[in-house]
Design a protein around this ligand. Structure first.
Ligand code: RUB
Length: 316
């Protein structure tokens, strides 16, 4: 029989699917917390039933969006060490695991920010794409070091996550200029660093991030502007160690064009990929909480952290 998941899990899954909750790190934290709520609210009458509920909850959360590996990595982390002979012990174990996960996630972002900030000098101008809390951590640390920064913020069609970035950078005291995505190349001459986040990093050092990142990186390389990816190690995709590729999410065409406009223009086919892959040769550095890596060497960190294989916590 189907195992019911708690309303809290269903709500979180819906919010991730609709992008009410979005961005790889935020999704990971929300998924971990949802597992905690599943455990807290469970009235399972046996440890087996409790574990089955957790697996079902993990599955529902996993199925929301395919590209950010921080989501399965979070589920894996929380469920890996859950132990106990009774439901009460299991519940406490999940609670401890969730808070440890969230604590590590916060610390990783702070540590990463300090590493990324070392690259930025007083008076520098950055260019951003989408909205990445890992990128913002670098900027925040630089500002705390007393550096004054300016930013060209790409609006990031179709969802305009650049607006979130513009607001956040403004609050940090950064001098913000918002541009349309296609104006990026024009302003790259005035930029010292392109700073982007990641939804996943593959074993070959490819960066999977918001659609448009790869074009920005190619343009930045052409202009000689360094491109830096800020990504906690939770963004490292373990399956890519064994040759798997990262699934690129395709989203609703209505994010690109509303029905009425589509009809006015002859109802063309619309494609709306949410992410793209930037090959390692266009990336100067990947900044993590474990230090800065050339993309080609990220595989050794992945082996250290994950070993060669992993098992999925939601498998029966
Ligand atoms: C968000 C996006 C962000 C990464 C990193 O895409 O591409 O750059 O998720 O974010 P979406 P963070 O808006 O489709 O979720 O550094 O906060 O993890």
């Amino acid at each position: 029989p189907e195992v019911e998941v708690s309303p809290a899990v269903a709500r979180t899954a819906e919010d991730i699917g609709s992008m009410e909750i979005r961005g790889a790190a935020t999704i990971a934290a929300a998924a971990a917390e949802a597992l905690g709520e599943q455990a807290a609210g469970s009235d399972a009458d046996s440890p087996e039933a409790f574990r089955a509920e957790l697996r079902a909850a993990a599955r529902v959360l996993y199925d929301t969006r395919p590209t950010a590996v921080s989501l399965p990595n979070a589920l894996r982390y929380v469920l890996r060490d859950v132990e106990g002979e009774t439901v009460e012990r299991l519940r406490a174990s999940v609670r401890a695991s969730v808070s440890e996960f969230c604590r590590r996630l916060d610390n990783a972002q702070t540590d990463l920010g300090r590493v990324g900030a070392n690259r930025l000098r007083d008076g520098d101008t950055i260019m951003t794409h989408c909205h990445s809390t890992d990128v913002l951590a670098c900027v925040e640390a630089a500002v705390e070091q007393g550096k004054s920064l300016s930013a060209f913020v790409k609006e990031t069609r179709p969802r305009n996550q650049g607006h979130i970035t513009a607001e956040a950078l403004g609050e940090l005291g950064v001098d913000v200029t918002l541009i349309v995505d296609s104006a990026a190349r024009r302003y790259l001459n005035d930029v010292d660093h392109v700073l982007v986040g990641a939804d996943s990093i593959a074993a070959d050092g490819s960066v999977i991030n918001k659609i448009g990142t790869s074009g920005l990186a190619v343009n930045a390389r052409d202009r000689g502007t360094p491109i830096v990816c800020a990504a906690q190690t939770i963004k490292l995709h373990p399956d890519t160690l064994t040759g798997h590729t990262v699934d690129i999410e395709m989203r609703d065409e209505r994010e690109v064009v509303d029905r009425e406009t589509a009809e006015e223009i002859g109802d063309p086919e619309v494609l709306n990929p949410a992410f793209d892959v930037t090959p390692p040769r266009y990336v100067d550095a990947i900044v993590t909480e474990r230090g800065q890596f050339p993309p080609e060497s990220i595989v050794s960190l992945m082996r250290e952290l994950f070993g060669e294989s992993t098992t999925e916590p939601w498998a029966e």
